[in-house]
Design a protein around this ligand. Structure first.
Ligand code: ADP
Ligand code: ZN
Length: 593
């Protein structure tokens, strides 16, 4: 993939070396070659001779001579150096003799350089980076770190995540007791989260904590031009890991290999499937207690092939979210440990103003501040440096982690609480698992996560209504508190419309229409086809459908608003709490009632 990027420096290097080789040759050849007679001629007029060097071989009397005559260099081969020396003595000319063994290292340098150039050219011709790899076909590129110093104390925040990984650490440091007990430990764990949230760090810390080797490789390293190379690398990597077990294999960007099979664009299709298949074969191949834990990271679980999530493969999923305000403070403190901070820096305050920043962003923020302190020749980092770094990094990463204004935060807090109150009160949809006003990477300003405790296969009419009401809660809360409403509810409105339409047109849940399917566009009303395009019913029916949909929506709206109004105190309290902590657990929220 990045072959081109790799070729350029090689090419430059080869050119430089070629020039060097040519220069070396020239350096050797800039003395003019003369015959023995020519030399005799110089001896006739010794006044012009400035310097004479006889190079004589040890074994016999042959050799050569270098003469500087009138400022120019001449050289000649000699069949008998001793006789030549006698002649010089006779003429009273000074000279030096260099004995050499016939082998002179500097003589072979140009040839060595030429040879290197040749090898490089051959490598390039067989296809650059990948071609070079052909020589050690299939060798895995996994980097192994045996004694990594990281442990769980280097990971700030992430309380739940660390808790979940505790048993893995335990297992790796003492697999035997697990085997004896007959316990089965997951083979694969998938870490899901945006870039920079500390997935690699977490995996490495698990290895460090358990004091086991850590193999790391990126999914994109498996995807090569040649079919079969990726699969061979996977095989090789697992082979290597088995030799070093217990250990951790960490696969970053697993989506590069484990994309849904048969989907996706691009040429290296077969290659990726083969690689993925090989990975599945390997994972099925080792026994759960062999002491290898495969950890993989991605921020796109939705595009992963479902096969890799099956039991016995990556059957454990840990979501590594963006840090909340407390976690941000912890991360800042951790990275500030080796920095000189002025007393005027309040890390708590910094944490409060960096909603949406990942761990990597925060680390970067402090680093920028440190750099600007050094540039200004200050002895420590003060609040102003942090402020500057904040602007610098805030603007640079505006898209990925936009800084949220106080006003937006407040609106989001009300909006999410609105949803949450209804999730809590409506037994068919709740209870609330988590409320957050930390922006997600996908553009949502926050989220409320319900945790339905039932797993029914049929959805009732009542349930659908409750879903609609819960979806409306956000906008209703905005209406009740703020002077104006925002565009933040567009997703919710879409959801409400979707449900209402399906109830009327698909599920026969409207008395006026009855059990008639008005949905001719296949099973999916959600794709947004225009009904008018595919009309198999009368205009009259169409207007009834419309009025039924709006009747349903407005009924739900009135009921939902009523409920929120009754719990306006909860709305206020929850909002205040959210602004302070950014994240509320289901229990914390339930306590407000
Ligand atoms: P990811 O693998 O999710 O892209 P990394 O693990 O590479 O993220 O994180 C990049 C850097 O960000 C880490 O090396 C570390 O300096 C910092 N970082 C991220 N999360 C944390 C955290 N929870 N505690 C401390 N440092 C963190
Ligand atoms: Zn909403």
């Amino acid at each position: 993939m990045n072959n081109k990027g790799f070729r350029f420096p090689w090419l430059a290097l080869i050119i430089i070396m070629a020039i060097y080789a040519v220069m070396l040759f020239q350096a050797r050849n800039n003395s003019t070659g003369v015959t023995a007679q020519g030399i005799e001629h110089f001896l006739q007029e010794p006044a012009g001779i400035q310097n004479v060097v006889i190079n004589s071989s040890r074994e016999n009397s042959t050799g050569s001579v270098n003469i500087r005559y009138d400022g120019a260099d001449y050289s000649s081969t000699l069949t008998d150096t001793d006789r030549f020396a006698e002649k010089l003595d006779a003429a009273g000319i000074d000279y030096t003799v260099k004995l050499d063994s016939g082998f002179n290292f500097s003589d072979i340098i140009p040839y060595v350089v030429m040879l290197i150039i040749l090898i490089m050219l051959m490598r390039m011709m067989t296809g650059g980076k990948a071609g070079g790899q052909m020589m050690n076909f299939g060798k895995s590129r996994a980097r192994l770190s045996v004694n990594n110093e990281l442990n769980m104390s280097n990971v700030a925040g992430m309380v739940e995540e660390k808790e979940e990984l505790k048993e893995i650490v335990q297992f790796l440091s003492d697999p035997k007791s697990f085997v004896d007990m007959g316990a089965r430990i997951p083979k694969g764990i998938i870490l899901v989260g945006s870039p920079g949230t500390g997935k690699t760090l977490l995996a490495k810390a698990v290895a460090g904590e358990a004091k086991v080797p850590f193999f790391s490789i990126s999914g994109s390293d498996f995807v090569e031009m040649y079919v079969g190379v990726g699969a061979a690398r996977v095989r090789d990597m697992f082979e290597e890991a088995k030799k070093n077990s217990p250990c951790i294999i960490f696969i970053d960007e697993i989506d590069a290999v484990a994309r849904r099979r048969g989907a996706g664009v691009g040429g290296s299709h077969d290659e990726r499937e083969q690689t993925l298949n090989q990975m599945l074969v390997e994972m099925d191949g080792f026994s759960p207690n062999q002491g290898i834990i495969v950890m993989a990271a991605t921020n796109r679980v939705d595009i992963l092939d479902p096969a890799i999530m099956r039991p016995g493969r990556f059957d454990r999923k840990i979501v590594v979210g963006k840090p909340d305000v407390a976690a941000r403070e912890a991360i800042l403190k951790l990275h500030a440990r080796n920095k000189h901070l002025n007393a005027d820096v309040d890390l708590k305050r910094v944490a409060q103003t960096t909603a949406g920043y990942t761990g990597a962003d925060l680390e970067n923020l402090l680093n920028e501040a440190a750099i600007s302190a050094v540039m200004a020749k200050k002895s420590d980092i003060n609040a102003k440096d942090i402020e500057d770094a904040f602007i610098k990094t805030g603007i640079g990463t505006e898209k990925k982690s936009k800084v949220i204004s106080e006003r937006d935060k407040k609106i989001t807090a009300y909006h999410e609480t609105g949803h949450a109150i209804l999730f809590h009160l409506l037994k068919d949809v709740g209870p609330v698992h988590m409320i957050s006003i930390i922006p997600t990477g996908e553009g949502a300003a926050g989220y409320t996560m319900p945790l339905p405790d039932k797993d029914d296969s049929f959805v009732t009419k009542e349930q659908l209504k409750h879903m609609m009401m819960a979806a409306m809660g956000g906008r209703i809360a905005e209406e009740l508190i703020c002077d104006d409403i925002t565009t933040g509810a567009s997703q919710d409105i879409k959801q409400v419309t979707k449900i209402a339409r399906a109830m009327v047109m698909q599920y026969g849940m409207s008395d006026k229409i009855g059990m008639i399917n008005c949905d001719d566009n296949g099973d999916d009303v959600f794709l947004g086809y225009d009904i008018a395009h595919n009309k198999t019913y009368s205009d009259e029916m169409l207007s009834t459908i419309d009025s039924e949909i709006s009747r349903l929506v407005s009924e739900c709206y009135t009921a939902a608003k009523e409920m929120i109004l009754q719990h306006k105190d909860v709305l206020e309290k929850s909002c205040a709490l959210l602004l302070e902590k950014e994240k509320l657990s289901g229990e914390e929220f339930a306590e407000l009632f």
